[in-house]
Design a protein around this ligand. Structure first.
Ligand SMILES: Cc1ncc(COP(=O)(O)O)c(C=O)c1O
Length: 374
């Protein structure tokens, strides 16, 4: 095995399990938790994250793609796996073979799935998705009267869940979330009147879980809060989320640069004093976003040091003039905690004009994930 460079991501599985249990505590025993682990568990590494969540008590799993569902089955996940992104023509046999549960949001897809299931002589569970205001996937509410009788006639399909998705749950002051809940309550009644008895009714993502009572629902679908990425704003006092991901590298070279010299591509940073600059082997190809050029901070010995100059594909430069004890080989924390200091995904997201989800998903596959506290 080649020795990898020291740049790595550490995933704290104890923090992940803690976050899961906190969510289960908040929703109470009458509500199950579907753990959303799409996109390689939001960049955290599904191979260890999914089994850890199963151990912690996740009753269902959610992914975006059929391929991701198949990967979960290969990992030994036996719980129901909901394909939140639906299925595409030709994927029906894989759904069947791996006992995946697709979300259905159009009749063409439902009829095709019925044909494949009936040919194979088996039944397929599905969750029906209704659009109550997200404006993305789902049957529009006014089309349900037409769609439900058609679905009722598809004898090889079982509706085991009824769902919708919130558009602005992370902005609690906006009235839309309440309106979506009201609309969903009407949908639950309509679906029941049409003779369906879906086991699960669910609408809330992470922000939805903390923003209001979940009347009528018995399943929640947290993603980002499992990974400790929803700690700011109105949620801060509601529960204790722990960050799961740390992104760590090392000082590879130290250099003293006289005042007035440019640093890195484009010379976007020019020293104003005799400066000590550390070269850190991490760059935008690793997911260290180029927008952190002259804006990011890192932690060394529990103290902040600023990123100077353009973030390169494989290298980032840090001004350590004010941290004179810095040595080659010292740990550099790009994301996470060092002593009392912390760089959160929120801080990083604010600096690059994005969201914590993208910060996590951007850390590229060439960065090894190390799992701690298994
Ligand atoms: C349908 C659906 N449900 C739940 C989630 C989880 O959302 P969050 O990560 O905000 O908790 C997602 C993520 O985008 C989703 O697409």
């Amino acid at each position: 095995m080649p020795v990898p460079r020291p740049t790595r991501v550490e995933i704290d599985l104890a923090a992940l399990r803690h976050n899961f249990r906190e969510i289960q505590r908040i929703v109470g025993p009458g509500c199950d938790v579907l753990a959303v682990v799409k996109a390689d568990a939001y960049g955290h590494g599904v191979s260890q994250v999914a089994p850890a969540l199963a151990d912690a008590g996740a009753r269902l799993f959610g992914v975006a793609l059929v391929e991701e569902g198949m990967q979960l089955r290969r990992l030994g996940i036996e719980q129901p796996i909901i394909i939140l992104g639906g299925i595409f023509p030709g994927q029906e046999p894989d759904v069947l073979a791996h006992q995946l549960t697709p979300v259905l949001y159009d009749l063409t897809c439902a009829r095709q799935l019925e044909r494949v299931a009936s040919d194979a002589g088996c039944n397929i569970d599905y969750h029906l998705k209704v659009d109550t205001g997200m404006g993305r996937l789902g049957f529009r509410v006014e089309l349900l009267d037409e769609a439900l009788p058609v679905l009722k006639n598809l004898k090889n399909l079982n509706m085991t869940g009824l769902m919708s998705h919130l558009a602005v749950a992370d902005e609690p002051q906006r009235p839309l979330t309440g309106l979506q809940y009201d609309a969903f309550a009407g949908v639950i009644a309509k679906v029941s009147e049409a003779g369906f008895k879906p086991l699960y009714r669910h609408i809330a993502n992470s922000a939805g879980i903390y923003s209001r009572e979940l009347t009528g629902c018995n399943l929640v679908r947290p993603g980002i809060s499992l990974y400790g990425g929803l700690t700011g704003g109105p949620y801060v006092n509601r529960f204790t989320q722990q960050p799961v991901m740390s992104f760590i590298s090392q000082v590879a070279q130290l250099k003293d640069i006289p005042p007035g010299e440019g640093v890195s591509y484009g010379h976007r940073f020019v020293t104003s004093r005799l400066s000590r600059v550390a070269a850190v082997p991490v760059g935008y190809a690793d997911g260290y976003n180029r927008l952190l050029t002259n804006r990011g901070d890192v932690l060394i010995h529990g103290r902040r040091a600023p990123v100077v100059g353009t973030v390169c594909m494989d290298w980032t430069l840090v001004d350590v003039t004010d941290l004179p004890d810095t040595r080659v080989g010292d740990q550099v924390t790009l994301l996470g905690q060092d002593g009392d200091a912390i760089i959160t995904a929120e801080e990083w997201a604010d600096k690059i004009g994005s969201i914590t989800y993208e910060v996590f998903c951007q850390i590229s596959k060439r960065v090894p994930r190390l799992f701690v506290n298994a």
